[in-house]
Design a protein around this ligand. Structure first.
Ligand code: FPP
Length: 250
């Protein structure tokens, strides 16, 4: 082993001693369907394996000191998938939390969601609300599930809230700026992601955190989400670390 590489607690993954771990990592978890197809399995098997990856990546993110991990679990566009697949995806948060919530609590992880939660089936909504309630005082990693989330709808909804306040004379439009506009978004209590990862070789944002990722570093990897692991996350963090971040300055 190279002396400058440090073995991280509870994983086989390697990060250099001085690696700057981002405070907030956002991930578009793509490739579950192709993973299953390659194995002649039904697509839902790919989503099941994807859920196992969510557990492994959450554990690792917590171990290496990530403060926020936001995962794109279901987009506002995903409703157009076949009904059986949508039903299965709506079952996953409950399955995930019924098996993993005790470990999340033990690891001091706080569960949150972004997205139009009210429109989820009741069993899905109740499962996530229960996890949010049980972890609300935790102070470690914040695990954010983007569920029924779409960036454009999020921005439109923010504009509608501002318009409603304007109509009530409760707001002065000249006072609206980037900071207080952000307060109308689902992510109002969450810093913008420094690193945004998409798996499976696709290089698109697909309506994910379109406001919040203005200055994020994007890392696209070919690995399909069920095959993504702690080591792959560390490699993405190393790429992030090696990039020069300038925020438009010099
Ligand atoms: C995209 O892959 C993936 C999704 C739309 C669902 C992501 C969900 C999970 C990874 C599991 C979530 C787990 C919890 C706990 C909520 P795709 O189906 O579009 O793959 P493809 O592009 O290869 O067809």
């Amino acid at each position: 082993m190279f002396p400058f590489l440090k073995k991280k607690k509870n994983s086989n993954a390697l990060l250099t001693n001085d690696t700057q771990v981002p405070e907030h990592i956002a991930i578009i978890m793509d490739g579950n369907g192709r993973w299953a197809k390659q194995r002649k399995m039904p697509r839902i098997k790919g989503h099941y394996e994807g859920m196992q990856t969510v557990k492994a990546i959450t554990r690792h993110a917590s171990d290496i000191g990530v403060k926020y991990l936001t995962l794109y679990a279901f987009s506002t566009e995903n409703w157009s998938r076949p009904k059986d697949e949508v039903n299965y995806l709506m079952k996953l948060p409950g399955d995930f939390l019924s098996t993993f919530l005790p470990e999340l609590i033990e690891k001091n992880v706080k569960v949150q969601t972004i997205g139009f939660i009210d429109q989820l089936p009741e069993h899905t909504r109740l499962a996530v609300l229960e996890a949010i309630e049980q972890t609300k005082h935790n102070t470690g990693l914040t695990l954010v599930f983007a569920l029924n989330y779409g960036g454009r709808k999020e921005i439109v909804s923010a504009v509608q809230m501002i318009a409603a306040q304007y109509k009530e004379n409760a707001i002065d439009l000249s006072e609206i700026n980037e900071e207080n506009f952000s307060q109308y978004l689902f992510t109002k209590d969450i810093p913008d992601p420094e690193l945004l990862i998409r798996t499976s070789g696709e290089e698109r944002l697909s309506n994910f955190l379109i406001w919040q990722s203005s200055y994020s570093e994007f890392v696209f990897v070919d690995t399909l989400w069920p095959d993504f692991d702690a080591h792959a996350l560390d490699e993405c963090i190393e790429i992030y670390h090696n990039r020069h971040r300038r925020f438009g300055g010099l």
